[in-house]
Design a protein around this ligand. Structure first.
Ligand code: LLP
Length: 416
């Protein structure tokens, strides 16, 4: 059951009306359901008995409270920067539960990861492998590594979020994988633990994952014949969610399909790195209608959230359902739902039919993943607050920015 339900004619999150949230925290405002995060996580945890394991992809939503909730559930974490490592630790996560992906890790990030003792690196190139080995040797410690290989499969998703094709910047080409593993066996201070891939995001079919797994298993077989033994295969994240009418496989179904193929490999654990599937449908962006405007042939619903708050519609032409929190009171308009940012591309939805008038509160749905984390201060707009709801309690887990936050670090120069 969704944690976002209409009750007495008003959309609620868990036991609180979104109107009450907007009154208390103003708009625009991100609102997350703790129960939804927990339920989505639990679906992965339940389908992945030991030694299999899921690592939440922090990039999808890195709010400290969200990470804390997941850490309390025993989650592992997939990070792509030193900053994300720091967040996981700050939220109470364990360094050993972290896998460090990321396409161009800096020396400082590698050093920091080794200092705090992360679980392992997913290595993206032969040059990075050498760098990790050299730093680990200097620090007199051992770096556990997986190589991220590029299985060259078509994830059939938006080109900006497909990552497993030959011409993407990600991973080590399959043709070079064995040689790179061989290099890893001779470089000092490395321990080979796994093999890793991530083919893309918002996948709505299981087959591309199975195709990628097949290629990973062929690699694992070849490595075994060279006496290089892999303990886990990390299939990355990528399971899609329903934004509009997509029908991605259920979590259990997708995991079962992968585990079934792995039955012939009882010594290999399956790792997954879900992001979107955990948080997308655990959050909404609340926004208020400022004006209705019409230029004769086109209608606009002008709201107080813009592309700086939620970039996905502008960047990927992504669809987010947008609903009136108290539906049925206003006349219906068909038009674009646009923000206050000075860009033609600043829209949250195009050609939508919605009953709305000035002052109404709208909820932009499925905004918990890649929402706040991709926000910016463009047009000097303070970023919105984030609120986590649990039952009938709400917590301000990130305050609305002030102008002092917006210009922090900037200085004036001497006059003249
Ligand atoms: N692991 C790796 C190595 C990744 O690169 C990603 C996402 C994930 C896991 C998590 O994927 P998920 O389960 O969330 O699909 N900003 C885009 C999505 C970019 C995804 C990048 N990598 C969007 O808003 O759709």
């Amino acid at each position: 059951m969704s944690e976002f339900q209409e009750l007495n004619g008003v959309l609620h999150v868990e036991d609180i009306s979104l109107e009450a949230i907007a009154d208390r925290y103003q708009t625009p405002c991100y609102v997350y359901s703790k129960q939804a995060v927990v339920n989505h996580w639990q679906a992965f945890a339940d389908a992945l008995p030991q030694p299999h394991r899921a690592f939440y992809a922090v990039k999808a939503n890195s709010n400290l409270a969200v990470l804390q909730v997941l850490a309390e559930q025993g989650a592992g974490f997939d990070v792509v920067s030193g900053g994300e490592i720091a967040r996981v630790l700050r939220a109470g996560g364990q360094a050993t539960d972290i896998v460090f992906s990321g396409v161009a890790k800096s020396e400082a990030e590698i050093r920091y990861a080794l200092e705090v003792g992360i679980g392992q690196f997913n290595v993206e190139s032969a040059a990075e492998l050498q760098r990790i080995s050299a730093i680990a040797a200097q620090m007199q410690c051992v770096a556990r590594i997986s190589l991220r290989v590029n299985p060259d499969v078509d994830a059939k998703t938006h080109p900006y979020i497909a990552t497993g094709l030959e011409d993407n910047k990600f991973g080590i080409p399959m043709a070079e994988a064995v040689a790179t593993y061989q290099q890893a066996t001779v470089l000092p201070n490395l321990e080979i633990v796994g093999a890793d891939c991530h083919i893309g995001s918002q996948l709505t079919e299981t087959q591309p994952f199975l195709d990628a797994l097949e290629r990973m298993l062929a690699l694992v077989d070849e490595l075994a014949s060279l006496d290089i033994h892999i303990r886990h295969i990390d299939m990355g994240g990528g399971l899609g969610v329903t934004y509009q009418n997509e029908q991605p496989p259920a979590v259990a179904e997708y995991i079962q399909a992968l585990l079934q193929r792995l039955q012939a490999y009882p010594h290999i654990a399956l790792f997954l790195e879900p992001g979107r599937a955990i948080v997308a449908n655990a959050g909404v962006l609340l926004t208020r209608v400022e004006y209705l405007k019409s230029n004769g042939f086109k209608h606009f619903v002008m709201v107080d959230a813009g592309m700086n708050d939620l970039l996905r519609p502008s960047l990927y032409q992504a669809h987010h359902e947008i609903v009136n929190v108290r539906p049925g009171t206003a006349p219906t308009v068909t038009g674009d739902i646009v923000g206050p940012v000075c860009e033609t591309g600043d829209f949250l939805g195009q050609q939508r039919e919605i009953a709305a008038q000035a002052g109404d509160l709208l909820a932009v749905k499925s905004a918990g993943a890649y929402g706040f984390v991709m926000s910016s201060n463009y047009n000097s707009r303070p970023r919105p607050p984030e609120v986590l709801v649990s039952g009938s309690d709400s917590y301000l887990v990130r305050a609305r920015e002030t102008m002092d936050d917006v210009w922090r670090g900037e200085t004036l120069v001497p006059k003249g």
